[in-house]
Design a protein around this ligand. Structure first.
Ligand SMILES: CC(C)(COP(=O)(O)OP(=O)(O)OC[C@H]1O[C@@H](n2cnc3c(N)ncnc32)[C@H](O)[C@@H]1OP(=O)(O)O)[C@@H](O)C(=O)NCCC(=O)NCCS
Length: 144
């Protein structure tokens, strides 16, 4: 499939090293403790939920993960070398389409305050619900 002209497909186990490198390579919303994301969680998103990658020049440029049971956007990360080319929006739109197809009526996520991602979500119509207990900004978006 494509979104906004960008190739999007389901993630496979073979993508994991590249996905891990992108996750560790971003400049914002940096993972302070890699052990907080477990192999079990990653496998669950890949096998049971929604785990998509975008490609540029034959390599994975970014990924998104969403929980089809709750509407949570769990992850959205783009390789800094590919930022600003539409991958983030394409990955988010594809994840939201998959959530909606699964019957979810409202998506939600959290992100670090003052980051590029915060402005990105705001400009895409996400509604701020204040700050979570762990200090991140909570956003919701009705689907449909
Ligand atoms: C936030 C993030 C996912 C955005 O990804 P991205 O691929 O740069 O996003 P896009 O290219 O789709 O859109 C970014 C901007 O580029 C613009 N854009 C889209 N297509 C474009 C194109 N072809 N050429 C130039 N600009 C473009 C968009 O209008 C958008 O503008 P905005 O920032 O004013 O909203 C990315 O910066 C990232 O991974 N950040 C670090 C991790 C993070 O914070 N993740 C969120 C945690 S919840």
């Amino acid at each position: 499939m494509t979104a906004g002209g960008i190739p999007i497909r389901k993630a496979t186990p073979a993508d994991q090293p590249r996905i891990h490198a992108i996750r560790m390579g971003v400049r914002e919303n940096v993972l302070s403790d890699p052990s907080r994301v477990t192999d079990e969680e990653v496998a669950w998103y890949r096998e049971q939920a929604i785990f998509l990658v975008s490609e540029a020049g034959g390599e994975v440029a970014g990924f998104s993960c969403a929980n089809h049971q709750t509407g949570l956007i769990w992850a959205l990360f783009v390789d800094p070398a590919h930022e600003g080319c539409g991958h983030g929006q394409a990955l988010l739109d594809a994840a939201l389409d998959a959530l909606q197809a699964g019957g979810i009526v409202q998506a939600h996520l959290t992100t670090g305050g003052g980051t590029r991602a915060e402005g990105f979500y705001r400009r895409q119509g996400w509604q701020e619900m204040g700050v979570s207990l762990d200090g991140n900004v909570v956003f919701i978006k009705p689907l449909g």
